[in-house]
Design a protein around this ligand. Structure first.
Ligand SMILES: Nc1nc2c(ncn2[C@@H]2O[C@H](COP(=O)(O)OP(=O)(O)OP(=O)(O)O)[C@@H](O)[C@H]2O)c(=O)[nH]1
Ligand SMILES: [Zn+2]
Length: 363
């Protein structure tokens, strides 16, 4: 007797209706912002691919049926969308970005590095304990504003703290444009509490110092041990395992999560507009000072001092702004200096090469 097992099999129609299959590009975070920059003919010839990993020997890109390594060439970083040129991959064009995190390189090289592109939401993570530091939060928030990424403050370890109210109040007082979420990263809470920012097609990143719960949050959103096991390992020249530095992972329903170890400690450079966004109240007060070049020390008609005396601007908040502003100005100036130096150096090389060619020509 042959039995008909079909009744035990999921009928494709209904199961699909329950969990609609998402198109590969949607899962990778393709949005109308990017589609609008191109047209069907171009997309046909050079399909869109997203940079999911940055390696020393190129960029790993993924698209609809594409998983390839693009050799160094495109000026791109993790999260970027490229129009993939299969014949000349290094000629693949980079689409305009929705957002871009940059940082000043460490050490002597003072140039700006691209860290991550097209992040929609940055969760700035700190814990309800000694890690909590308003000045550090402000630094991350200014960077997010500068990058044109929506920031959200996450206060973790709520379960380990007796009195969380003070942390919430302090975090909320930083900017009325930044939501604050209090949670226990180790519980069921993250998926529900972060749901608004974690819809399919979105790309998110977690910023914060070591130990605040970033990996725990990533795992909670994946529902697995992604942050531990998901890392791709490469053998370096001495046969040691090294973790590739910047990667973009996708959950099954298409949430992109950026893994960027380089975003733990960040210096402000060319972040003037981000700072101004975060400290909009201070910037507005400055415009009301009697003198345009007011140093807000003891000048008559200083609106900043008046606000501090009236208690509408916290003296400590003003001091923190001052420090960040000075740092930003210093770093931006040294970047400009480096660029001028590089440009002059480039010119000098050109002149020398020309002179050399000239001599050769005369010989
Ligand atoms: N009770 C409790 N423990 C937490 C919470 N968040 C994180 N932890 C614990 O804190 C420790 C550090 O968490 P991680 O997720 O590894 O922190 P991280 O920010 O990824 O740290 P790095 O990988 O060093 O950057 C782990 O033991 C977590 O289990 C929380 O909300 N409540
Ligand atoms: Zn003033």
């Amino acid at each position: 007797m042959t039995r008909d097992y079909s009744q035990f099999l999921p009928t494709s129609g209904t199961s699909e209706a329950k969990t609609p299959k998402r198109a590969p590009l949607d899962i990778l975070g393709w949005q109308s912002f990017f589609a609008q920059q191109t047209d069907l003919d171009i997309l046909d010839a050079t399909p869109p691919v997203r940079v999911v990993e940055v390696h020393r020997n190129g960029l790993r890109v993924r698209g609809d049926g594409i998983d390839a390594l693009v050799p160094p060439g495109p000026d791109a970083t993790v999260g970027d969308w490229l129009l993939y040129d299969a014949e000349l991959p290094m000629r693949s064009a980079v689409l305009e970005r929705k957002s871009l995190f940059k940082r000043r390189a460490a050490g002597h090289d003072r140039s700006l590095q691209m860290i991550a592109a097209n992040v929609d939401t940055a969760f700035v993570v700190t814990s309800c304990n000694d890690d909590f530091n308003v000045a550090r939060l402000e630094r991350y928030l200014a960077l997010a504003f500068e990058a044109e990424v929506t920031p959200v403050i996450l206060l973790t370890k709520a379960d380990l703290c007796e009195d969380t109210a003070a942390y919430v109040t302090d975090a909320q007082s930083i900017s009325d444009r930044v939501p604050v979420v209090l949670l226990n990263a180790k519980s069921e809470e993250p998926a529900a509490k972060l749901a608004v920012w974690c819809t399919p097609g979105q790309t998110i990143a977690f910023l914060g110092t070591s130990g605040v719960g970033k990996s725990t949050l990533v795992n909670a959103l994946f529902g697995t041990e992604q942050a531990e096991t998901g890392a791709i390992r490469e053998d370096d020249s001495r046969g040691r395992h090294t973790t590739t530095s910047r990667q973009l992972h996708f959950t099954e329903n298409g949430l992109g999560i950026l893994d960027t170890p380089g975003m733990r400690e960040l210096q402000l450079a060319e972040a003037g507009s981000g700072l101004a966004d975060l400290f909009a109240d201070v910037v507005e007060l400055e415009t009301q000072c009697k003198f345009r070049d007011c140093a807000h020390e003891s000048e008559p008609g200083c609106a900043v001092r008046a606000a501090i005396e009236a208690g509408t601007l916290g003296a400590d908040r003003f001091e923190r702004w001052r420090k960040l502003e000075a740092e930003e100005r210093h770093n931006t100036a040294s970047l400009a200096e480096k660029r001028a130096y590089d440009k002059n150096f480039g010119k000098m090389i050109k002149t020398v090469t020309k002179a050399h060619k000239g001599r050769k020509g005369r010989r």
